[in-house]
Design a protein around this ligand. Structure first.
Ligand code: ATP
Length: 370
């Protein structure tokens, strides 16, 4: 994982790519640490695969440079880059055994047969396929085929492994098992992984850092915690997880990082590291799990809003409620389920107070919007 001693392995500078005069990657710059598990996350069509293909050397950028270990590789052919790719479709040779599939790249590089066989078996053991050496891909499950594809991509010890939605063809349970497996493998091998996914949960649980992309640009780079808890803008906040949005007007500064603000007709204290102007409009973001609801108590008036419960969904660990706020919006609240706690015992139609844990809100000025 990236830490204070980590060194830069890959650097993209101002990479731009167009297809048919449409800009797909727009002056994108990114630095990737050695040994990092980095995930590219973003909506369909935002340019994730294009970026991966340019890093792999399967496509070329129109402008910009790519450096691996400080050396420019923009013009280096794919097979000389020490960067391998695992595709969603596995792309195994169907007529070859598992062992031959993994040995193939070594043979192309003219590694002597005995050594190639030893290395292929050692790699297949790492992905727990040592008992399937002579099977054909069609005799394996989806998860096993994916492991063969991974073994084939890591057998010649690339510096970087690119994974383009490698788990999307697997069913939910297998996918979760393979997520753990991939993480374990990455730690064990110490190879830098650049992983593409649509799936935010997968990105949050597996990555050292996540790059959130939109329309060929980077919206935010950060650890899963930073991306989830302190999104830089509304796009990131809405793309990752559920979020509730309250429009607020700043009334006055209270301390260095607290302000009095008005949300609907109520007064709130909000926290912001960024300086906020009096009377400016800001967005106050809250995750469903940071919001508290309780039965209405007419005596408290500040730092809360009111509404009524319109939906309750039991999710095992949590109870999710949709609250129709008196001012018209609907918000989502997620509470840890405790059947002995009357505070979580709300019924449909019940009038409730909505508040949140002080300082857990994220305040975005409209300069952050994209
Ligand atoms: P998804 O998550 O759906 O796989 P993505 O973020 O990986 O999407 P890309 O596959 O990089 O997106 O595609 C970005 C845009 O570039 C899309 O609009 C796509 O149609 C376009 N595109 C990609 N490759 C080509 C190509 N070879 N020729 C023309 N347009 C292309």
């Amino acid at each position: 994982m990236a830490n204070s001693q980590s060194t830069e392995l890959l650097r993209l500078e101002q990479v731009t790519k167009q297809f048919h005069q449409r800009t797909i990657l727009n002056q994108l710059s990114l630095s990737i640490e050695d040994g990092e598990f980095l995930t590219l996350l973003g909506p369909s069509g935002c340019g994730k695969t294009t970026l991966l293909r340019i890093i792999a050397g399967l496509d070329h950028a129109d402008q910009g440079t790519i450096k691996l270990d400080g050396m420019c590789i923009s013009q280096t052919p794919a097979e000389q880059r020490q960067i391998n790719t695992v595709f969603q479709s596995y792309a195994l040779f169907p007529h070859m055994s598992v062992l031959d599939n993994v040995m193939f790249g070594l043979k192309v590089r003219q590694v002597p047969h005995v050594q190639a066989k030893e290395e292929a078996i050692a790699t297949l053991t790492k992905v727990k396929l040592e008992n399937y050496l002579n099977h054909k891909p069609s005799e394996l499950s989806g998860g096993q085929q994916q492991r063969v594809a991974i073994a084939r991509a890591i057998v010649n010890r690339p510096k970087i492994l690119l994974l383009d939605e490698p788990l999307s063809a697997l069913d939910y349970k297998l996918r979760q098992a393979m997520q753990l497996e991939l993480k374990r493998l990455q730690r064990q091998l110490g190879i830098t992984f650049i992983f593409v996914t649509h799936d935010q949960e997968e990105a949050l649980s597996m990555s050292d850092r996540i790059v959130v992309m939109k329309e060929g640009r980077i919206e935010q780079i950060g650890t899963p915690k930073e991306i989830y808890e302190t999104p830089d803008n509304l796009f990131v906040a809405k793309f990752i997880g559920e979020t509730n949005l309250f429009k607020a007007r700043v009334l006055k500064k209270l301390t260095d990082d607290t302000y009095q603000a008005q949300i609907e007709d109520k007064t709130f204290t909000i926290h912001s590291e960024t300086s906020l102007k009096n009377q400016s409009l800001v967005s106050v973001l809250l995750r469903p799990e940071d919001i508290r609801i309780k039965e209405i108590n007419m005596n408290t008036t500040s730092n809360l809003l009111t509404g009524h419960v319109i939906e309750r969904t039991y999710k095992g660990m949590t109870l999710d409620s949709v609250i129709h706020m008196d001012y018209g919006d609907k918000i989502l609240v997620s509470e840890f389920f405790d059947e002995d706690d009357p505070d979580t015992d709300h019924s449909i139609g019940q009038r409730v107070e909505v508040s949140w844990v002080p300082s857990w809100e994220v305040v975005l000025t409209h300069e952050n919007d994209s």
